[in-house]
Design a protein around this ligand. Structure first.
Ligand code: TXA
Ligand code: MG
Length: 352
């Protein structure tokens, strides 16, 4: 299949861009697939109400079909049609954080096919905060099922180039809307349990949800590496975000971390391996690996979140075999950063 590529500037959606979005909407209405930018990561969109579209999404990503998709909407009122009723909690959260990086799980209506929800009776819903995404959702009939636009298991794309890398020839169109703002996928909160529960940490933190609802719990499996329980979001059980080489997180005092990583990368290099390190402003000049990524200032969590997936992807592009990353503080959005990093490393952590 020939994949069309169009470039659209989110800040200047001119007549030509509107035309392209309309065209993309038609593709989705007819059962095709379009990759598009959101504020979190790029999504791979199809008609959420069309079971054939969802099947195509799973096929294009190579994703297990028991891993449900998020339905993206552009109008809060559209929740009604795809759920069996909208709770007070859902309304409050939507009002506070939509459009934005928050996905809510609710009981689905019979309008949503089980192909979209991976066989579950619940549906994940989010309204993205990106103009291109919102216009596209409207142009396509209102309900776009969209997982991250990567091959299953790889880091989610933060630029269109990575959608091309993973999906060129497999989908109808890719909309290049530049680099995304946040860089990590949305927070997922399950509103079907007695106490709302975070199933995937993201930019919207537990504290931010607590502020609106008064209470929230966190699925333990997402932060505890020793947990043997099954995560409640089916997707969280799969190996994810992983670069092709081996990644180890090193935790400890800065000096010790630098010394340990330098000694390990030196060993790996003597074995003929290409080495890589993920560090921060204050440490990158101290590392001796073949390739060193700087995620920015240690206390600037938003930048770290923004840069993480790009760094992991670049390691792949550069053919790095052995990688080490510094560990990060897990408060606020740091919890999402560490959740993704731990998954990318297969929970391989060295404590010094
Ligand atoms: O930021 C995001 O959420 C991005 C952009 C494109 O919107 N999307 C995204 O989708 O990250 P995906 O498919 O890569 O991740 C969706 C996660 C998976 O872990 C899946 O198991 C979980 O959401 N999920 C979806 N529906 C669910 C449901 N009904 N119950 C529990 N977990 C669900
Ligand atoms: Mg994903």
């Amino acid at each position: 299949m020939e994949t069309e590529l169009v470039v659209i500037d989110e800040k200047h959606i001119n007549a030509e861009a509107e035309e392209a979005i309309k065209h993309a909407g038609e593709i989705i209405k007819q059962g095709g697939l379009v990759a598009f930018p959101t504020e979190t990561v790029y999504g791979l969109g199809g008609d959420a109400l069309n079971p054939e579209s969802s099947k195509k999404i799973y096929a294009a990503k190579g994703r297990p079909s028991d891993n449900p998709l998020i339905v993206h909407i552009a109008d809060i009122e559209d929740i009604e049609y795809i759920t069996d009723g909208v709770s007070e909690a859902a309304r409050k959260l939507a009002k506070a954080y939509w459009p934005g990086p928050l996905t809510m799980i609710m009981n689905k209506s019979d309008k949503v096919p089980f192909e979209t929800t991976g066989g579950l009776g619940t549906v994940a819903i989010r309204m993205p905060n990106n103009k291109i995404a919102l216009e596209l959702i409207k142009a396509s009939g209102g309900y776009i099922a969209a997982p991250s636009a990567n091959t299953s298991g790889r880091p989610s794309p933060t630029v269109a180039r990575y959608c091309v890398e993973d999906l060129d020839g497999k989908i109808n169109m890719i909309i290049d809307g530049g680099q995304v703002g946040i860089g990590l996928e949305s927070t997922i909160v399950d509103l079907t349990s007695d106490v709302p529960m975070i199933l995937r940490p993201g930019y919207i933190t537990a504290d931010m949800i607590k502020k609106v609802l008064g209470e929230v719990s966190i699925d333990k499996t997402i932060i505890d590496s020793s947990s043997t329980l099954k995560p409640k979001a089916p997707g969280m059980k799969y190996k994810h975000y992983a670069p092709k080489g081996t990644l180890t997180i090193v935790s400890g005092a800065q000096e010790d971390v630098v010394r340990y990583i330098n000694s390990e990368t030196e060993k790996a290099r003597l074995e003929g391996k290409r080495t890589g390190v993920i560090g921060t402003d204050s440490t990158v000049s101290l590392y001796k690996a073949d390739t060193v990524k700087n995620l920015g200032k240690r206390d600037d969590e938003n930048t770290i979140a923004h840069e993480l997936f790009k760094a992991l992807r670049e390691f792949d592009d550069e053919g790095v075999d052995i990688m080490f990353s510094e560990s990060f503080d897990d408060s606020g959005i740091g919890q999402a950063i560490m959740n993704r990093l731990l998954k990318a490393a297969g929970h391989n952590v060295v404590f010094l």
